[in-house]
Write a protein that binds this ligand. Structure first.
Ligand code: CUA
Length: 335
């Protein structure tokens, strides 16, 4: 048997480690986080965050009480007259009745929240389709097709029609709303709203294959006038190549058969297998939120996409350095 002194020190060390871990977790919570259900920027996300905190508080209290009983039971010597089965009434009340009441209460609260957030809204319609492993984004009222980025106006609910192209995905922007599955045969109606301008990260929330974790997107919430300007800009065709370098880049694009999979509006590139590239130069990220949209990343993505996102559907395109640079310049000019 261990001497009590050593045991006390061991318990003190464990308690200290627990306290430090808890403090670190709470410190992390206070940083700005663009993908956090606990930093809501909409009424819906607020309701979900409150639900989370209530559940956390209730269950934390239950945990502390149960642990206190466990400690009490371990430390307390059994009196010789005690029956081995213990106090049955205590077991039934605190082991079945009280947990049952707590869990049913939380279930009712969570169902209420779910029902309250199921709404049909008016507002701009956006269609989002999940592909392995990226997002096709369309504004059917405006003839705009883009990918991996959703622009919305601030302070107005936005209608979403969600579906999947291949396997089941799940659409989740933690700061704005809960998650909803995207299914291959079914269109799911959903809505989101942002109370203030900003950029938030959405993430696929249903395991959908090897690159599930790197299936992300950005939501850009803009004040109404900036949103309208964004729409007007995206409705334009991208500029035709305006220099020999860009003309060469466009030629490389077709010579390398990029148009088999990708669309660039206003050209003969009408492929539908990969993301639409019409305004690629204006997008924030590449490969569905995997890397920032820089010239170096774009070149690496074209040359060796499997090193950036192993398993993705984009084939490698070995090009001479000059051709690659011209292609990158051309793609970046698509705004
Ligand atoms: Cu798509 Cu996970």
């Amino acid at each position: 048997m261990k001497p009590p002194e050593a045991e006390r020190r061991r318990i003190a060390r464990a308690a200290a480690a627990l306290a430090v871990t808890g403090l670190l977790l709470f410190a992390a919570c206070h940083r700005h986080h663009p993908q956090s259900a606990l930093h809501p920027v909409s009424e819906a996300a607020e309701a979900i965050a409150t639900l989370w905190w209530v559940m956390f508080a209730v269950l934390a209290v239950a945990f502390v009480i149960v642990m206190a009983f466990v400690l009490f039971a371990i430390r307390r010597p059994r009196t010789p007259t005690e029956a081995p089965g213990g106090n049955m009434r205590f077991v039934i009340v605190s082991g079945i009745v009280i947990p049952g009441v707590i869990l049913v209460g939380l279930l009712v609260y969570s169902l209420q929240t779910t029902v309250a957030l199921r709404r049909s809204v008016t507002g701009p319609l956006i269609e989002v389709t999940g592909f392995q492993w990226w997002w096709d984004v369309r504004y059917p009222g405006h003839g705009i097709v883009t990918a991996n980025e959703i622009h919305i106006p601030v302070g107005q609910p936005v209608r979403l029609k969600l579906r999947a192209h291949d396997v089941v995905h799940s659409f989740w922007i933690p700061n704005l709303h809960g998650k909803i599955d995207m299914l291959p045969e079914v269109v799911n109606d959903f809505w989101i709203e942002a109370d203030r301008p900003g950029i938030w990260r959405g993430q696929c929330a249903e395991f959908c294959g090897r690159q599930h974790a790197l299936m992300a997107f950005k939501v850009v919430a803009l004040p109404r006038d900036q949103f309208d300007a964004w729409i007007a800009e995206r409705q334009q065709q991208p500029p035709a190549p305006a220099s020999p370098e860009l003309t060469r880049g466009q030629k490389v694009f077709f010579d390398a058969a990029c148009h088999i999979c990708h669309t660039i509006r206003g050209t003969r590139a009408v492929g539908r297998l990969g993301p639409d590239l019409t305004h690629l130069g204006s997008r924030l990220t590449l490969a569905a939120g995997t890397v920032d949209n820089t010239a170096a990343h774009l070149a690496a993505w074209i040359r060796e996409p499997q090193t950036i996102k192993p398993g993705n559907r984009m084939p490698p395109t070995p090009l001479e350095a000059d051709d690659l640079n011209a292609l990158v310049s051309y793609l970046q000019s698509l705004r």
